[in-house]
Design a protein around this ligand. Structure first.
Ligand code: UD9
Length: 373
């Protein structure tokens, strides 16, 4: 009997956000979906992402200081679930986390075909971001089905001459964004309030002392009494503590606890400018038409820069301060960046992925039947 279920592996908040539309689209095609939560973000609530009603495994792998250990723990804990009766026909992982790498390694060990959502993103520098760039390359090598968000991502995969099938689908982040926008009230016209900066910063390369120049830039900007600055803390206590240490108690810098996705999109939509090192926010900001300054020296998402919605400012204090001031002073430059654009997808990535998976499963069953005959 061929196995018919599709397993989706979820480790972190962005994976839940980006795989929820895929789960919904697979279920809409009457496929059997099972979720596997690795525990990388231990407080992840499936119901908050619309994933509460599907059968789920909880692997409870604690996040580790060394991401390779987490990947190994996920691989070892997941592997038994990929064998025997519960064996899925396909394991789908998303993005570049240690959980996703662990899932890919478990699939390889158990001989379960692997699908990779968000395949082909490359910074072309294994150290930036580390370990994510290496994770992406390793996962793509193991995948049979590679769902590349953009044509550039597919070109990266073609350059590497991989064995799996590559499909350009768009990024499911935009599906998730559109679903959230459908639940938000219409955007209100400018109320004449203070210009508002929204900041997130959590990538490993900006942890600890590396956060200091960013914190100094924010403190310098906060000298302007006409500017409102909100810094959204990350759920990882180690990351949030740097922000608390360097920015806590400042009268004009507000530190906000992590928000649910809907509140986060609402906050982005009402900000003049977003400063962030997040991958997902690089995808969402252009679609919202909110100019974004990317707090990284390299990005695997150049599409947002090419569309004119984002600028790569790195982590230099003076550069961050001067770019923020320039955009707030120069109305024409600001308006040029504030034109909504969809360089990462049209919001229909998940139905495309589900259709490809269904067709692929039919082909696999055909092969199995031919083999048995
Ligand atoms: C190196 C790299 O870039 N890797 C990325 C990394 O994720 P990331 O950098 O995108 O991570 P975050 O910034 O945590 O998540 C972003 C999402 O969270 C929402 N958000 C944010 C703050 C909040 O308070 N509430 C929220 O709801 C926000 O709107 C957005 O949707 O792993 C992903 C999975 O594999 C990969 O796709 C992705 O390459």
């Amino acid at each position: 009997m061929p196995h018919t279920s599709v397993m989706l592996l979820v480790g972190t908040r962005p994976e839940a956000i980006k795989l929820a539309p895929v789960a919904e689209a697979l279920v809409a095609r009457k496929m059997r979906v099972i979720l596997a939560f690795t525990g990388q973000h231990p407080n992840l609530d499936p119901a908050a992402y619309g994933l509460g009603n599907l059968p789920a495994l909880r692997l409870r792998c604690r996040s580790q200081d060394d991401p390779r250990l987490h990947a190994e723990a996920v691989a070892a804990t997941l592997a038994p679930h990929l064998r025997g009766e519960g064996r899925p026909a396909l394991l789908i992982v998303q993005g570049d986390t240690s959980s996703a790498l662990g899932g890919a390694l478990a699939a390889e060990a158990a001989g379960v075909p692997l699908g990779h959502v968000e395949a082909g993103l490359r910074s072309h520098d294994p150290s930036l971001p580390w370990p994510e760039e290496g994770n992406r390359v390793a996962i793509d090598r193991l995948a049979s089905l590679l769902f590349a968000p953009t044509a550039d991502n597919a070109a990266n995969l073609a350059d590497e001459g991989l064995g799996g099938e590559v499909h350009v689908t768009g990024n499911t982040a935009i599906d998730a964004l559109f679903a959230v926008l459908g639940h938000l009230p219409p955007r209100r016209a400018e109320s004449g309030g203070l210009p508002h900066l929204l900041v997130t910063c959590h990538r490993r390369e900006n942890w600890g002392t590396a956060f200091t120049p960013i914190a100094m830039a924010l403190t310098e900007l906060a000298r302007s009494p006409w500017l409102k600055i909100d810094v959204v803390l990350h759920g990882n206590p180690a990351v949030a503590s740097s922000a608390r240490l360097l920015l806590g108690g400042h009268p004009r810098l507000r530190l906000i606890p992590p928000m649910d996705h809907r509140s986060m999109i609402g906050a982005m939509r009402s900000a003049q400018l977003v400063l962030s090192d997040s991958g997902g926010i690089q995808e969402e900001a252009p679609a919202l038409g909110v100019p974004l300054l990317v707090l990284r020296s390299k990005t695997e998402r150049p599409e947002g820069i090419a569309s004119g919605n984002s600028i790569l400012v790195g982590c230099d204090r003076d550069r961050i301060v001067s770019e923020v001031r320039r955009l707030l002073d120069d109305g024409a430059a600001y308006r040029a960046m504030a034109v909504p654009a969809l360089p990462f997808g049209d919001g229909k990535a998940a139905p495309r992925i589900a259709a490809i998976v269904e067709e692929w499963l039919v082909r696999q069953r055909g092969r199995h039947a031919a083999h048995v005959a």
